[in-house]
Write a protein that binds this ligand. Structure first.
Ligand SMILES: Cc1cc2nc3c(=O)[nH]c(=O)nc-3n(C[C@H](O)[C@H](O)[C@H](O)COP(=O)(O)OP(=O)(O)OC[C@H]3O[C@@H](n4cnc5c(N)ncnc54)[C@H](O)[C@@H]3O)c2cc1C
Ligand SMILES: *[C@@H]1O[C@H](CO)[C@@H](O)[C@H](O)[C@H]1NC(C)=O
Ligand SMILES: *[C@@H]1O[C@H](CO)[C@@H](O)[C@H](O)[C@H]1NC(C)=O
Ligand SMILES: *[C@@H]1O[C@H](CO)[C@@H](O)[C@H](O)[C@H]1NC(C)=O
Length: 511
């Protein structure tokens, strides 16, 4: 059956690459998609001739289909029935129009690290697999770069840096550039320049109705794209500011503590790094609570990464207060910006860039400083829940990310759809486990929510502020985008105007 459908294609269109499936007997065929679609006679055959020479269509039962549908987290993952990898920006428009004409759902896949449980509602349809669109071209004046919608963080780290340029990107090399950016986007340069989205000058976007548009700050949609962008279209390319490299040197010190030091560690983080909101643009710290068999501790350890720009050794004014607490180990390293991902365990070859088939939900919350009492309470619950080598959650990480954030606050809170510019730290338990089923998933949700509630109580606010890109999926639009009435109204109005049928509502839907 596959052969009958596909052979004429492969022959008839030399400008179109089609991967003919090798096995055809299983019921998970594209006909599964077609039979659930109201209109008769739908198949990729009618789309193929309109796509560019480098576009690719992958049917189930191909190795590539399996590879390109695999996700970092399996919890309520989307399940597309067909993968189409556009070769050009205009291909994306063709795919969206094709899907719309036939009322077939579609979802953009880029770095495949999105985790919101809302994605699970995509239970059939077309995966638009973007990584072929990974071009990066730096403008002649050296002030901007145009970046393909499928470029990843590694691309954005290496290409500009090698040309003497830098810009704000996410930190994990295998995550896409745009996935983080459309929700605001955190990275090492945000203390200087603001969020990833704050760098954008214009973008090409395919809207829900299939229109292909170039938009910039003159469009009413621009505001929405800067924080709630996943809701409005497929971004096929973006032009962003880039800057001359200021400092070639970067340094890190990795310091490890046992859990009994929790109060001292977070008192020091508040005092010497966060500095009551005056954190310097060149200094960052992350703390990870995780089990580490190298240390003979009861339960997990606290690992702090202190990262500084423009030095070959992290300044003692930042590290000495931590040395004074009595760590288990302290390891300094120095190099360049390109080493940061390796140092912090998020390079292409690091575990977070492999797909183990685990469920990886996070329960994020933005905070302004550490409440040491709450940190202790959270530690006690977390360490008892993940300790012991045979624990199903043994690999989990409770993460606290203090990026420098001065320039994030330089832009006013109403200037974009990103609603949490006043945050200083992003906290999130990440419960990593090989799911045994729904009962365990529920137990994890309860644990993660409980941990987050402890941190929220410590803020003294009843409002939950999350980072949409780390969200679990059940927090809702107020917690994802900001609770203000005007903000929610504005988001809903844009959604009604640009995506009334909810084509882009699988990832943190506004409504
Ligand atoms: C290990 C790890 C490290 C991370 N590091 C950072 C970090 O440093 N900074 C940060 O801010 N966030 C970070 N994140 C969070 C990250 O922003 C989200 O996980 C994001 O969804 C990943 O995007 P993706 O393209 O990799 O995933 P995907 O699952 O492929 O994409 C997520 C969603 O984004 C949308 N999307 C992606 N590309 C486009 C596009 N071109 N046009 C329109 N919609 C699009 C789609 O709705 C898609 O469902 C990290 C996550 C992980 C797991
Ligand atoms: C982007 O990165 C991917 C894999 O990480 C690589 O295959 C591709 O060639 C890179 N593209 C550019 C333009 O650097
Ligand atoms: C997850 O559990 C399944 C079922 O017990 C097992 O087959 C699989 O190997 C496990 N995966 C990993 C990475 O441990
Ligand atoms: C810190 O957290 C504790 C425990 O939740 C709470 O009782 C206390 O009020 C918090 N302190 C501040 C300053 O908010």
């Amino acid at each position: 059956m596959f052969a009958r459908v596909l052979a004429p294609l492969a022959v008839a269109s030399s400008f179109f690459t089609c991967v003919v499936p090798t096995v055809s007997a299983t019921p998970t065929s594209p006909f599964d998609l077609f039979s659930r679609t109201p209109a008769a006679g739908i198949d990729v055959k009618s789309l193929a001739p309109y796509l560019s020479a480098t576009a690719k269509i992958y049917l189930p039962d191909t190795k590539e289909f399996a590879t390109y549908t695999t996700r970092w987290s399996n919890l309520q993952a989307p399940t597309p029935s067909i993968v189409i990898a556009p070769g050009t920006e205009k291909d994306v428009q063709k795919i969206v129009k094709f899907a719309n004409d036939r009322n077939i759902p579609f979802l953009t896949y880029n770095g495949h690290h999105g985790t919101l449980t809302t994605l699970g509602k995509m239970d059939y349809g077309i995966e638009i697999y973007l990584p072929q669109l990974n071009s990066i071209s730096i403008a002649k004046d050296g002030k901007s770069a145009t970046i393909g919608g499928g470029a990843n963080v590694k691309n954005l780290t290496d290409t500009p840096w090698d040309a003497g340029k830098q810009t704000v990107t996410g930190c994990c090399e295998c995550v896409s550039y745009l996935g983080p950016a459309l929700g605001g986007g955190h990275g090492w340069f945000q203390g200087h320049y603001g969020l990833i989205t704050d760098q954008f000058l214009s973008m090409n976007i395919v809207l829900a109705n299939g229109d292909f548009r170039t938009i910039d700050s003159k469009s009413d949609l621009w505001w929405g794209m800067q924080g709630a962008g996943h809701n409005f279209g497929v971004v096929t390319s973006v032009t962003t500011k880039v800057y001359d490299i200021e400092h070639y040197d970067w340094a890190i010190e990795t310091i490890v503590f046992s859990g009994d030091k929790i109060e001292q560690v977070y008192e020091a983080a508040n005092k010497y790094i966060l500095q009551g909101g005056k954190q310097s643009a060149d200094i960052h710290d992350w703390t990870y609570w995780q089990n580490d068999a190298r240390y003979d501790t009861e339960g997990p350890v606290i690992i702090i990464y202190i990262v500084q720009e423009g030095v070959t050794t992290v300044d003692a004014k930042y590290t000495a207060p931590f040395h004074d607490i009595g760590p288990l180990a302290a390891t300094p390293q120095s190099g360049t910006y390109k080493d940061l991902a390796k140092w912090t365990g998020i390079a292409l070859e690091s575990p977070p860039c492999q797909d183990f088939g685990f469920n990886n939900p996070r329960f994020p919350i933005y905070i302004k400083s550490y409440n040491v009492t709450a940190q202790r309470k959270a530690w006690d619950l977390y360490s008892s829940a993940v300790a012991e080598a045979d624990n199903p959650y043994y690999n989990s990480i409770f993460m606290f990310e203090d990026y420098a954030s001065g320039a994030v606050r330089d832009r006013s809170s109403d200037a974009s759809a990103f609603g949490f510019r006043d945050a200083h730290t992003l906290a999130a338990p990440l419960i990593i486990y090989n799911s045994t089923g729904q009962a365990q998933d529920e137990a994890v949700k309860e644990l993660g929510t409980q941990l987050r509630e402890i941190i929220r109580e410590g803020t003294g606010s009843s409002e939950l502020h999350t980072y949409v890109n780390y969200a679990y999926g059940d927090e809702g639009p107020g917690a994802w985008y900001g609770h203000e009435d005007w903000r929610q109204k504005k988001l809903k109005a844009l959604k009604r105007k640009y995506d009334p049928k909810g084509k882009f509502s699988f990832y943190a839907p506004i409504a």
